[in-house]
Write a protein that binds this ligand. Structure first.
Ligand SMILES: [Zn+2]
Length: 232
């Protein structure tokens, strides 16, 4: 009888710990670490990882799910187009990556390129950085695919708990223009609200996810100010 009780307790604990084996972001975006991070594969349906030599493909489970689920959907909708090109997430175990970022420390920040009309992807072994500017001399590039970038942003909000997304101010304006053109419903005002105009994001957007609810040591950031920022 005693053994049975012990086994029952042991079995129960094993199940409980299996449930808690998932990733755990600790601290803040600019001062954190990542326990049990999940590595985004080098490529998959609808996405490819850039800067492979940096080994910064480590995110929370929620981050990797948000990327892979969103791009799977994009791949279904737009097969044979350019894939989402994924820059840095975090290094293994998280912590400072101060050569390029102040954040990206606990698996909840990721840099992504914008989708392109010409569908050209850059090489995953390119080491210098993102190759193509989507804002040139203060104007949106003709190669910026507004339809697919807008679709991506909406899908991303379905598959991830988006905290905010930093984009160039000209890109925010272009997305606002496009959403207005489509007469998008109020449902998507939250998507527009999450887009925060920020300098130096002409060639990539920076997506930030919220702390997962079960990540007890993850410090929350305040929500962006109310309103779409698009005069909608
Ligand atoms: Zn970034």
């Amino acid at each position: 009888m005693k053994t049975l009780v012990v086994l029952f307790i042991l079995g129960f604990n094993l199940t409980a710990s299996a449930d808690y084996s998932d990733s755990d972001p600790i601290g803040y975006y600019s001062e954190g670490i990542l326990k049990n991070g999940v590595r985004l594969p080098d490529q998959g349906p609808g996405f490819m990882k850039l800067f492979l030599h940096r080994n910064r493909a480590w995110g929370t489970r929620e981050m990797v799910d948000a990327i892979t689920k969103t791009t799977l959907q994009m791949d279904r909708l737009f097969p044979r187009f350019d894939r989402l090109q994924v820059g840095d997430i975090s290094q293994e175990g998280g912590g400072p990556v101060t050569d390029l970022h102040s954040s990206h420390q606990h698996g909840l920040d990721v840099d992504l390129t914008y989708y392109r009309i010409n569908k050209i992807e850059q090489s995953p072994t390119e080491i210098k950085g993102f190759e193509e500017l989507m804002v040139i001399r203060g104007k949106i590039s003709k190669n910026f695919d507004s339809a697919r970038n807008w679709k991506f942003l909406k899908e991303l909000h379905k598959h991830g708990q988006v905290q905010r997304i930093f984009v160039d101010p000209v890109i925010k304006k272009e997305i606002c223009r496009y959403a207005r053109l489509l007469k998008e419903s109020a449902l998507f005002l939250e998507v527009l609200r999450s887009l925060r105009p920020y300098p130096n994001h002409q060639e990539h957007m920076h997506v930030r996810l919220k702390c997962p609810t079960e990540a007890k040591e993850c410090r929350l950031q305040e929500d962006p100010p109310a309103g779409s920022g698009c005069n909608l």
